[in-house]
Design a protein around this ligand. Structure first.
Ligand SMILES: CC(C)=CCC/C(C)=C/CC/C(C)=C/CC/C(C)=C/COP(=O)(O)OP(=O)(O)O
Ligand SMILES: Cc1cc(O)c2ccccc2c1O
Length: 362
């Protein structure tokens, strides 16, 4: 197999002129290609099963324009952003329940900080998985495999996003009542997690990816958003982070269960590989349905408003069926689609509850 780096160098002159032509035109045509054309060098296959062809249409199918800007945005994998936005909004809602006030500017800066670090983590993942030869033509993430972007552009964009995140950190030091030491502990903890997930020693390659996701997208993001408003570190919001953390881990676990065979070949170890097919299905069902059991317990004991997220139960059943019947192609994206309404209904439930009804927040 040609190593991606060799491949990149051999074709660099071709792609320099390609990039030049492309940056002038700023738009390209995108068409669906038949399987027998998948290996043609001129055809640039897209993650959604379409292919870019320079200068025109193929097979008479309707063309789609894709600007350089759109390529950069798509490389961030924005479908996954609900995973970082929902814990931040939940943390902010819990802070409102505690203090009775909310600063929209702080909410905005916190959302931007966490989403930037998340997006940068996605790009670190794109870069290292490509460099290590883990991503291939069949992978979900083909930003570099299909030369949609250059490795240098991915590095540049990742660094820019970390800088934006750090800019937000500086603004929070200025505007938030939380001490700089505590802000730094939480923010740089999240930033380290986002980098070390695939970069450095690569925690995801040694079966620690699930732990990183559970911590960063759950307790860490919720506590960060909560403390930025309340001005002190307390343990109570951690309890509220559990249902969201489990649902986000379901996104990652479904991803790893789908990619089990390719990960095994690349000598990566994931929880899905350790558990096998049946164990992975059991874990997915557990991750998917435990949050609903927790919501029911909270609603029964504290506020009926916490029954609200149960509205999304049919979606969860449909995902469980997809997994059981091995319809895995888009299962992480579909699980992320559940994450958003589930998170929003959960925070709405927390906001609607009477003051004093929610445990640990007073
Ligand atoms: C800044 C603060 C306070 C909080 C945390 C900010 C966050 C959410 C950090 C986490 C970032 C992180 C770990 C991103 C990586 C997510 C990711 C790319 C998961 C999927 O990776 P793979 O398992 O390789 O999936 P693919 O096969 O689809 O590439
Ligand atoms: C790209 C990507 C892919 C995933 O499977 C994720 C799972 C959980 C949290 C974030 C994820 C992510 O950003």
């Amino acid at each position: 197999m040609t190593h991606p780096l060799t491949h990149t160098c051999n074709r660099s002159s071709w792609r320099v002129s390609w990039t030049f032509i492309y940056s002038i035109s700023a738009t390209k045509m995108s068409v669906t290609i038949p399987a027998d054309q998948e290996n043609q060098e001129e055809v640039n296959k897209q993650p959604n099963g379409t292919a870019e062809v320079e200068g025109g249409t193929q097979n008479g199918l309707k063309p789609q324009k894709k600007s350089v800007f759109a390529k950069y945005i798509l490389a961030l994998r924005p479908w996954s952003f609900s995973a970082s936005l929902t814990p931040v909004l939940l943390g902010s809602a819990l802070a409102y329940r505690t203090t009775g006030t909310i600063d929209p500017l702080l909410v905005l800066i916190t959302c931007l900080a966490v989403t930037s670090v998340h997006a940068a983590g996605n790009l670190v993942n794109t870069y290292y998985d490509f460099m290590k030869g883990i991503d291939n033509k069949k992978s979900d993430d083909r930003t570099l495999v299909d030369h949609i972007l250059e490795p240098n552009s991915v590095v540049g964009l990742g660094a820019t996003l970390y800088c934006i995140g750090c800019g937000c950190f500086v603004l929070l030091v200025h505007f938030s009542p939380l001490s700089m030491q505590h802000l730094a502990l939480l923010y740089f903890g999240g930033l380290s997690g986002s980098f070390l997930y695939t970069g450095g020693m690569g925690l995801k390659y040694v079966a620690l990816g699930d732990v990183v996701i559970l911590i960063t997208f759950g307790p860490l993001a919720v506590l960060f958003a909560y403390s930025v408003h309340v001005g002190k570190l307390t343990l109570s919001p951690l309890l509220y982070a559990i249902p969201l953390a489990l649902n986000t881990e379901a996104i990652l676990h479904s991803n790893n269960a789908r990619d089990m065979e390719t990960d095994k070949k690349a000598k990566a170890v994931t929880l899905a590989i350790l558990l096998g097919q049946t164990g992975s299905y059991a874990l997915y069902a557990l991750l998917l349905f435990t949050p609903y059991i927790l919501f029911a317990i909270l609603a029964t004991n504290f506020s009926k408003w916490l029954f609200l997220p149960l509205i999304t139960l049919p979606l969860a059943f449909s995902l469980e069926r997809d997994f059981r019947e091995h319809r895995m192609t888009k299962i992480p994206q579909k699980t992320a689609k559940l994450n958003l309404p589930l998170g929003l209904l959960y925070l709405l439930g927390c906001l609607m509850a009477q003051p004093g009804q929610l445990p640990g927040l007073s």
